[in-house]
Design a protein around this ligand. Structure first.
Ligand SMILES: CC(C)(COP(=O)(O)OP(=O)(O)OC[C@H]1O[C@@H](n2cnc3c(N)ncnc32)[C@H](O)[C@@H]1OP(=O)(O)O)[C@@H](O)C(=O)NCCC(=O)NCCS
Length: 163
């Protein structure tokens, strides 16, 4: 994994992907991470934030709107061109405006990713499916809680991936 820039990061459209670690004390970043995790417990959110700080192959990135964090994506690089999308969330009032989609493809472009994977619930599976990820059920990890594996590879490239 190679950072291609050190400051605000180039995005294909109007928004720039930024490192959210310097913003980690902003409650909005914590709220976004809580939304991605589907939890409200601050201890759990803090644990995940600590993992981004401690693990050298993880990056916590996002978009700012007027300096306010409005979207978050967390990546774990498992190879030079491959990453797991650990977390993705967009502020409630900004959803369904294409921000989540833009964030995923901005991250892929920035790191030259050729493969991304994510594990998720039906909501995130719907989101990743729309982006062109291949989605398959891995069954119920808890009764009534179906989980999905979502995988995208550059060779699956279609008109929807923006990259
Ligand atoms: C999932 C999430 C990140 C999507 O962000 P977003 O900015 O609203 O997504 P986009 O506007 O880029 O949507 C792109 C496409 O994904 C699909 N999509 C978005 N949200 C969806 C949802 N909740 N269910 C099913 N499909 C969804 C839609 O088809 C959408 O296209 P459309 O608006 O033309 O219909 C956002 O809903 C969110 O933060 N949810 C709470 C956190 C969460 O569940 N994260 C996933 C687990 S890590």
């Amino acid at each position: 994994m190679a950072d291609t820039e050190s400051g605000p990061l180039a995005a294909p459209a109007e928004r720039a992907l930024v490192d959210l670690i310097p913003h980690r004390f902003d409650p909005r970043v914590r709220n976004l991470l809580a939304a991605a995790l589907g939890v409200s417990a601050d201890a759990v959110v803090q644990q995940e934030l600590d993992a981004y700080i401690d693990a050298p192959m993880r990056r916590l990135l996002g978009f700012l709107e007027n300096r306010v964090p409005v979207a978050l994506i967390g990546l774990d690089f498992i190879g030079e061109h491959s990453a797991i999308v650990l977390h993705v969330a967009v502020a409630q009032e900004e959803r369904r405006a294409g921000i989540g989609r833009q964030m995923v493809w901005s991250a892929a472009a920035r790191y030259g990713l050729e493969r991304m994977s994510a594990a998720g619930d039906p909501v995130s599976a719907g989101f990743f499916r729309t982006l062109g990820f291949c989605v398959r059920s891995v069954g119920e990890t808890l009764p009534g809680l179906e989980r999905f594996e979502c995988v995208w590879h550059a060779s699956m490239k279609d008109d929807d991936d923006g990259g």
